[in-house]
Design a protein around this ligand. Structure first.
Ligand code: ATP
Ligand code: MG
Length: 437
């Protein structure tokens, strides 16, 4: 027997029953983005590895050990994108979007990281990304957070809470970095290998360590808050005031540094207690230096990324809904003649009633088997076409839900009849007939 090809670890298939949750998340997100005038941008999944090294930082988990890279045809190194921001900034620069312009953008799609797969942590996962370019003040920071809060409300998700911090400017961060280096150097023997390497490269990264053995040492480290520069403090206070005014609760977490190097000033993370240790569902921050770091003109920028797998799990666990798009009409085709005409008749009904969901039983099984499938399909009505009906120019319409008896319906009135029958059971508006036809 031919061997089965196994799926890759940490890469998931989304089957139809699961896909409706994804569709629900995406459609709600698109509607919320539209409410705030964020416009969609789509960028490649593959970029030069150098882009991510320069943007995300050499001493991050992502660049040190999580990137999927491959060799280009000319020998250069390419990487599957581990996150969305670097590619969007690259695209904004390449396409000249940043010359005295302001943009609010979003993207939706897969990201790739070679992590150890576990619940809520995969090698191909998906993010919703929102990014804003050209806005300096704390109002855009607040707007982005308000937009994410609205998304939770629209999706029916509770049990998320917001953590905030300010990393200050590049300069104040540099000063703090030295303070931290001094502190961790004094405790070098307690550090793990990763942290020892980061002590040299970027000691701030040690604060982001997930090693529980370091938790105590990290908790006692000098606080960034004590080294914040004046303008960054003002910016942070401005953000807090706006969130307070909007009634958005948060806690300030001075240890929140985020896993990417490009952040400055505001960083935030929505966390949940409903998913075990994979508790971050949406994280973001300001990255005012990144555009210049990637060769563009200085442009203030801020964004967030939401982990869609984790949010789908939250939706499922917290009782949100995602309606299944079941067929509304099921065509039972009895006999060879009906099988041939059925396709054509269903096609005419689709033309006349846009949006009506019709499943046609193809393949010519017996009448009984077809009826069983019609019952199981979830459809509201079955349309039965047999030799006898066709000879008389009618279809038999049988309600499957909501009561009523089987009736013959002339074929030229079938579309209107089905539209009425479905609307009566499924509710007004689900299958309105196109008035133009
Ligand atoms: P974590 O601390 O869980 O590793 P992160 O800080 O690496 O998260 P970001 O790079 O900020 O995460 O990505 C934004 C969001 O994407 C996270 O809040 C999370 O919801 C999601 N995410 C990150 N990595 C994964 C992954 N491997 N699988 C599934 N979702 C992920
Ligand atoms: Mg991570």
């Amino acid at each position: 027997m031919t061997e089965i090809i196994e799926p890759l670890r940490g890469m998931n298939d989304v089957l139809p029953e699961e896909a409706r949750w994804w569709q629900r998340l995406e459609s709600v997100a698109r509607a919320v983005f539209a409410q705030y005038a964020y416009r969609e941008i789509r960028v490649p999944l593959l970029e030069r590895t150098q882009l991510f090294k320069r943007a995300i930082g050499e001493y991050t988990d992502i660049v040190e050990k999580e990137m999927f890279t491959l060799e280009d045809r000319d020998g250069g190194s390419l990487a599957l994108r581990p996150e969305g921001t670097a590619g969007i900034v690259r695209a904004a620069i390449s396409n000249g979007l940043l010359h005295n312009q302001r943009h609010r953008l979003f993207t939706i799609g897969p990201m790739f990281r070679g992590e150890r797969p576990q619940k809520g942590r995969y090698r191909q996962f998906h993010q919703l990304d929102a990014e804003a370019f050209g806005y300096e003040g704390p109002d855009i920071d607040a707007e982005l957070i308000l937009m994410s809060a609205r998304l939770w409300r629209e999706l029916g998700i509770g049990r998320v809470r917001l953590e905030l911090n300010s990393l200050g400017t590049a300069e104040s961060r540099a000063a703090y970095r030295e303070v931290l280096r001094g502190y961790f150097q004094a405790h070098e023997r307690a550090l793990d290998d990763d942290s020892r390497r980061r002590l040299v490269g970027n000691p701030l990264r040690i604060l982001d360590s997930k090693n529980p053995a370091l938790a105590g040492l990290i908790a006692a480290a000098p606080s960034l808050a004590d080294h914040l520069d004046g303008p960054s403090r003002e910016h942070f206070d401005g953000l807090r005031a706006r969130l307070d005014a909007a009634g958005i609760a948060y806690t300030v977490n001075p240890r929140l540094v985020r896993g990417l190097d490009y952040y400055s000033r505001t960083v935030f993370e929505w966390v949940t207690d409903a998913l075990g240790s994979q508790n971050a569902v949406c994280s973001g921050g300001r990255y005012d230096g990144l555009v210049t770091q990637l060769g563009g003109t200085p442009t203030p920028a801020i964004g967030w990324a939401l982990g869609m797998e984790r949010v789908v799990m939250l939706m499922q666990e917290l009782g949100a809904t995602a309606p299944a798009e079941l067929p509304q009409v099921y065509f039972v085709l009895a006999g060879a003649g009906a099988a041939a005409r059925g396709l054509e008749i269903a096609e005419r009904v689709r033309d006349a009633v846009p949006g009506l969901r019709i499943e046609t039983d193809l393949g010519g099984s017996g009448f009984k088997a077809q009826f069983k499938r019609a019952d199981k399909s979830g459809a509201t009505v079955a349309v039965v076409l047999g030799e006898d009906e066709l000879a008389r120019g009618v279809a038999a319409v049988k309600p499957l839900r909501g009561g009523g008896t089987q009736q013959d319906c002339p074929l030229d009135g079938l579309a209107a009849h089905l539209a009425r029958a479905v609307a009566a059971v499924d509710g007004e508006g689900t299958a309105r007939q196109d008035p133009g036809r």
